[in-house]
Design a protein around this ligand. Structure first.
Ligand code: GDP
Length: 509
């Protein structure tokens, strides 16, 4: 029974009915009256209600065991966090070089002397003390992977445009994607050290592409840099901090963690790893996480140098060890209180995935069923047409002339492309019944018309009907000795047989 049906019976809206369910099943001991109302409504609908199992096993309880992100924080709860930046732009314009230069500019812990690894993201601490987090995969791939799962991770896009090349195809594509995702753009005009660099021309080409830089009265900052010579990198990072201040980027560092998976992999010793960027809360060792149907009990948190860190605050990336399953890139990560709860969430999500799969399978089956139904209807329609054809034989009203020898015979051969159509045609031919003219089916089959068919037709003076089949090249010269007709619509083929029959009948008086 649907909530709507119940609502009609009770003369209430659906909200009321769903609240009734919540009260009745969620707190069965306190809201017996609600349960009674429901029971009566169901009884009035002519159905019966039975409660199976203990109340805590009921559907509402299970549904509440999935993990959901918290409602957005209030402004007062927001603390500043590093902006998350994606570098985009045309191939060879210097995205990788810029990321390498920025990664190197990082204040490296000399004592530790760690080797920089690519973990998918890194943060840079500036002289001013501010911090910026960069996604380490340049180009569209990272941006789209994140977006496809609905994670709006990127705060600012750095659009790299080479000053010696100007706006190119992928520059335009990047602009389109950033605008679509409503992510502000900051332009890095790169390769200013190149003798062919032309900053003014590059800015003009940007204007044509819909990016109005400050110089032309727009609000997009454009910083001329050389990623290769590490020129003006500080200007670029300070511009990013300024932009981030303007955007009032902030996050709530308290409460259960919310994060996004940047990339994940299996390490030969450390097992299943992922890099994530924390969006809310503060991630620590021992935390229990779920990402889709993957679960982790955080065993270790590492930064880009492979150094163990104690905690990860919003806006910062970290490599997380302790995953039991590999979480996919772009997936949302949520912290839950206990492992038991994590397993419950996993179970629910797995069953939901299975349900989705089943629904997709059902859709496919439905499409097939509809096709069958269509074919069936076509056959019925053919029979109906044939019936009409049967009822109205055009011919003489003098049956006495038709002794056995006098009944004209139409000899036919039918070749069709597939079983189904051949069967449909034969079914119609079978329904033919008349004592004015007989149909003799000399042969039928699947496939193109053969020499044997032609010989048979010649011998019996028959007509060959081809449905969706062709006549092989070597038999083309035989067409003047026998009548071969081709069709691709069943009705038309039948109509033609009908005409042939009528032609065989003696003329009307
Ligand atoms: P990507 O395809 O956008 O990642 O471009 P790369 O970073 O791989 O750079 C493409 C080429 O441009 C490489 O040969 C770089 O050395 C060169 N390049 C990058 N930045 C600069 C720059 O600032 N000046 C000059 N002259 N060449 C650069």
């Amino acid at each position: 029974i649907t909530l709507m049906e119940l609502g009609k019976i009770l003369n209430k809206d659906m909200n009321y009915v769903s609240q009734l369910f919540l009260n009745a099943f969620d707190k069965p001991n306190t809201e017996i009256s609600d349960l009674k109302i429901l029971q009566q409504a169901i009884k009035r609908s002519g159905r019966r209600m039975r409660i199976i199992g203990k109340p805590q096993d009921n559907l509402m309880e299970i549904m509440k065991k999935d993990a959901f992100p918290r409602p957005p924080p209030s402004k007062a709860e927001l603390k500043p966090r590093p902006p998350v930046v994606t570098v985009m732009g045309h191939i060879d314009h210097g995205k990788t070089t810029l990321l390498d230069a920025l990664r190197d500019s990082k204040v490296v812990d000399e004592e530790f002397g760690g080797i920089t690894q690519h973990i998918g993201a890194f943060s840079v601490v500036l002289k001013s003390g501010s911090c910026i987090t960069f996604l380490d995969t340049p180009g569209h791939a990272a941006f789209t992977a994140m977006r496809s799962r609905g994670a709006n991770l990127t705060d600012i896009v750095v659009l790299v445009v080479a000053a010696d090349d100007g706006v190119m195809e992928q520059t335009i594509e990047s602009i389109r994607m950033a605008k679509q995702a409503k992510v502000p753009i900051l332009v890095a005009i790169n390769k200013i050290d190149s003798p062919k660099a032309d900053i003014a021309r590059t800015e003009k080409s940007l204007l044509e592409a819909g990016i109005q830089v400050e110089k032309f009265g727009g609000d997009v900052q454009a910083i001329p840099i050389s990623a290769l010579k590490k020129q003006n990198l500080e200007l670029l990072t300070e511009a990013l901090v300024l932009q981030s201040d303007l955007l009032e980027i902030g996050a709530d560092p308290t409460g259960p963690v919310e994060a996004v998976v940047i990339e994940s992999k299996i390490h030969p010793y450390k097992g299943k790893l992922c890099t994530l960027i924390v969006q809310r809360g503060t991630l620590k060792k021992g935390d229990i996480l779920v990402a889709g149907t993957a679960i982790a009990k955080v065993r270790a948190l590492k930064d880009g140098q492979g150094k163990t860190i104690q905690q990860v605050k919003p806006g910062y990336p970290a490599e997380i060890e302790g995953w039991r399953e590999l979480p996919p890139a772009g997936e949302q990560v949520l912290q839950v209180e206990t492992e038991k709860r994590a397993r419950e969430v996993q179970r629910i999500r797995e069953s939901e995935e299975a349900k989705k799969k089943m629904e997709e399978d059902m859709k496919e089956i439905n499409i097939k069923m509809q096709q069958h139904e269509k074919e069936y209807k076509e056959k019925l329609e053919l029979k109906r047409r044939m019936g009409r054809f049967k009822l109205k034989p055009v011919g003489p009203r003098k049956p006495e002339i038709q002794d056995n020898d006098g009944v004209p015979v139409l000899n036919i051969l039918i070749k069709a492309d597939v079983d189904g159509t051949l069967e449909a045609i034969l079914n119609v031919v079978d329904t033919y019944e008349s004592n004015l003219c007989k149909i003799e089916l000399i042969n039928y089959g699947i496939g193109s018309i053969s020499e044997n068919d032609i010989e048979l037709a010649e011998t019996f003076n028959g007509i060959i009907y081809g449905f969706n089949v062709d006549l092989p090249q070597n038999l083309k010269n035989k067409t003047d000795t026998v009548s071969i007709k081709f069709f691709n619509v069943i009705y038309k083929l039948i109509d033609d047989i009908k005409e042939e029959i009528n032609a065989k009948l003696p003329p009307k008086e």
